[in-house]
Design a protein around this ligand. Structure first.
Ligand SMILES: Nc1ncnc2c1ncn2[C@@H]1O[C@H](COP(=O)(O)OP(=O)(O)OP(=O)(O)O)[C@@H](O)[C@H]1O
Ligand SMILES: [Mg+2]
Length: 482
């Protein structure tokens, strides 16, 4: 059993090593605990803070605006609340705080606050907002440089891709919500822009917003706008739902949106009005929503990463863009298209890919999809001079390495698959050969599963319905470790 004093040492160590600021006050508002991170965050000296009353330390706060004091009074926890305040040197700090009342034997003894510093993120988000505001062209009422794609920019002939285009074209005739699912780099943004630019909304704004990377409160402000004073530092600013009136909003990586905000978004979509954060007035909205995700919707629903009700509301029209590795025909078409594009851009005269490069492209698993193909061709086009053929020496090292690894595995397999005399193994001939044949087959399946799952062992194991550990053991056994 651990002693109380040992436990104290451990807790203190944790308190002073974590990345979150921790601040505890007693029932009189005097600081009991204040860790190093909090001291750095607020640019205070721990010595000055301990034992001092909160309001004398932070004159800009009062009983209402200080989350610690408010929780002390109301005894209701506040979770993930963004707070902007001035530290004693007058510097503005933004944090995301969770604040809880503290009890000992059911008697209130103080309040605890855990704070994450997001000052930099807040600044960035303000800058992005300002830039976005500047980008709105008052004449055209649309964002410059953003809505530039249409269906002509979507290259590809494979049947699943054409199916996706046909659905998107039909969707551009209505204002229903659209959910686009495709891996990174498959062209979700181009699809979304194309739908907008073929629709009757084409002369109104098209505004994209990524739902990942921003804390919930900031994203909420960006989407629905803020009212002055909704939290300290907030100004009156319309959100993109107001800015995009009559147009289209693209919500990228919808599955990264916090569940709370997903619920708010659903309400907005059902009721067709928004209320700015901290505001009291309802503003009716007229926007079309296109949402994207790069994860399989089935997986998102299973793992509760997207609310079911919101999913059904968004996926009125469903567009699935297949990954590049599943549309081999398009690899050649897109390669030609990008060679052409960079010929013009770089003033070169490349005609085609060498057979070796074509072979590599068809065996590669393209985790970055069309974006990766374009980058590889752009890279190659930098390296060729007067030649007309893109060869292996013009490709990035990593794709060559990947190719030789896969080829080696396949060659080994094929060599083992045939006897020395060039005759095919007959698995029925003897028991040992059957085992070998099974191993060969197993190895092929593993290589394929890894390829399809971008070398992700967990997903490959899931696909083959075996344990991750089992797959790892087999990779070792067949010398396939990557
Ligand atoms: N079918 C296509 N035809 C031509 N170019 C394409 C196609 N698909 C993708 N691209 C190109 O690939 C790049 C990535 O496209 P886009 O930004 O639309 O992908 P995305 O699916 O939104 O990716 P992410 O999930 O990373 O945001 C762009 O430069 C685009 O020009
Ligand atoms: Mg995108």
């Amino acid at each position: 059993m651990i002693s109380k004093s040992e436990l104290n040492v451990i807790l203190e160590k944790i308190l002073y090593s974590i990345e979150e600021g921790v601040h505890v006050i007693d029932i009189h508002g005097k600081t009991l605990l204040y860790n190093d991170e909090m001291a750095t965050l607020e640019e205070m000296n721990t010595k000055d803070v301990i034992g001092t009353n909160l309001l004398s330390l932070f004159p800009s706060l009062n009983e209402e605006s200080s989350t610690l004091l408010r929780v002390l009074k109301t005894e209701k926890p506040i979770i993930n609340k963004s707070q902007t305040y001035l530290n004693h040197e007058g510097k503005e700090i933004t944090t995301i705080n969770s604040t809880f009342p503290l009890y000992h034997k059911s008697e209130k003894i103080g309040a605890l606050e855990i704070a994450k510093n997001i000052t930099k993120i807040k600044k960035l988000s303000d800058q992005i907002q300002q830039l976005q505001d500047q980008l709105i062209d008052p004449q055209e009422n649309t964002r410059k440089g953003r809505n530039q794609y249409n269906f002509d920019n979507l290259i590809g002939k494979s049947s699943e891709f054409i199916k996706a285009i046909n659905i998107a074209r039909k969707a551009s005739k209505t204002s229903s919500s659209v959910l686009i699912y495709g891996e990174t780099g498959t062209g979700k943004e181009i699809f979304a822009q194309s739908i907008h630019s073929e629709s009757i909304r084409k002369n109104k704004p098209f505004i994209g917003q990524n739902c990942a990377a921003l804390p919930e409160n900031l994203l909420e402000g960006i989407l629905f706008g803020t009212k002055r004073g909704s939290f300290t530092g907030a100004v009156d600013r319309p959100g993109i739902f107001e800015q995009a009136t009559g147009g289209t909003i693209l919500l990228d990586e919808i599955d990264s949106m916090a569940p709370n905000l997903q619920a708010k978004l659903l309400r907005v979509l059902q009721e067709n009005y928004i209320r700015r954060v901290g505001g009291t007035k309802d503003v009716s909205i007229d926007v079309r929503i296109i949402a994207t995700t790069n994860q399989d919707p089935k997986f998102l629903l299973d793992k509760n990463l997207i609310r079911k009700d919101l999913y059904y509301r968004l996926s009125v029209v469903n567009i699935i863009i297949p990954p590049l590795r599943e549309r081999e025909q398009d690899i050649d078409i897109l390669s030609d298209y990008f060679i052409d594009k960079y010929n013009r851009k770089f003033n070169k005269d490349a005609w085609m890919l060498s057979d070796g490069v074509k072979d590599i492209f068809h065996n590669y698993h393209w985790p970055g999809n069309v974006r990766e193909l374009e980058n590889i061709i752009e890279g190659a086009m930098n390296l060729i001079n007067q030649e007309h053929v893109i060869k292996e020496e013009h490709l990035s090292r990593y794709i060559i390495d990947y190719n030789s690894k896969i080829h080696k595995s396949i060659n080994d397999l094929q060599r083992k698959d045939y006897s020395e005399k060039g005759k095919r193994y007959d698995p029925v001939r003897e028991r040992q050969d059957l085992n070998k044949a099974l191993e060969t087959y197993e190895k092929q399946l593993i290589i394929k599963a890894l390829g399809v799952n971008q070398q992700n062992i967990t997903r490959a194991a899931e696909m083959m319905n075996i344990k991750r550990q089992t797959l790892q053991y087999k990779l070792k056994k067949y010398n396939l470790e990557l």
